[in-house]
Ligand binder design. Structure first.
Ligand code: SF4
Length: 197
């Protein structure tokens, strides 16, 4: 077994958050969704799986995923090609819901426990797509409003693109910030296309 395979097996067996998840309204068990191979050139750094992904065991099998694939200009087959695209959220398990039925934040212990080792297994990554504030904080080392970070995308492109979360909750944000679709997305899609060839 390679070091990468060993690491993936350890993450899949991780139960660090079992008590935390058992105390949520869904009282679910940890189900780490692990999706990366060392050849990947594109990294999708997200937040944490949602309830649907917890059921499917595949990342972004939900309307957010459909929107994210459209932003990237990728078909489902391309997006799920682990040899080219890695999906590494800040927590590998669904964290549960808060009182408003919104997803809880990713448990910080997950990033602390696994992220350094996982990133060391991805030496070919040339483009990082940072979805939401938690991934942006980790990968850019900055804590700021997502809008300001995304507006400053040219400071990081073409290696890194901070994006808002593709959730339906951000449909209003997209309407208020049309430059995101007209200016940022074409550059992101060109970078993705080049690396997928
Ligand atoms: S979220 Fe991360 S640390 Fe918590 S149980 Fe899942 S894999 Fe382990």
């Amino acid at each position: 077994m390679t070091a990468g395979q060993q690491l993936k097996a350890e993450i899949r067996g991780c139960r660090i958050c079992a008590d935390r998840f058992a105390a949520t309204a869904t009282a679910h068990e940890p189900r780490p969704v692990v999706w990366f191979r060392p050849s990947a050139r594109i990294l999708i750094a997200g937040q944490a799986p949602g309830a649907r992904v917890h059921e499917s065991g595949r990342p972004f099998t939900d309307p957010s995923g459909d929107r994210l694939r459209a932003w990237l200009g990728l078909s489902e087959a391309e997006f799920y090609d682990k040899d080219r695209v890695a999906v590494v959220p800040m927590a590998f398990c669904f964290p549960g819901y808060n009182g408003k039925k919104a997803d809880l934040p990713p448990p910080a212990v997950c990033g602390r426990t696994w992220h350094t080792e996982v990133m060391a297994q991805l030496p070919q990554v040339r483009l990082r797509v940072l979805v939401g504030a938690h991934a942006q904080r980790y990968h850019l080392g900055v804590k700021g409003p997502v809008t300001a970070l995304v507006q400053g995308w040219r400071e990081h492109a073409p290696q890194v693109f901070p994006l808002p979360h593709p959730s339906w909750r951000n449909t209003g944000w997209l309407k208020k910030n049309p430059w995101f679709e007209t200016e940022l997305l074409p550059v992101l899609q060109a970078g993705v296309k080049e690396l997928m060839q």
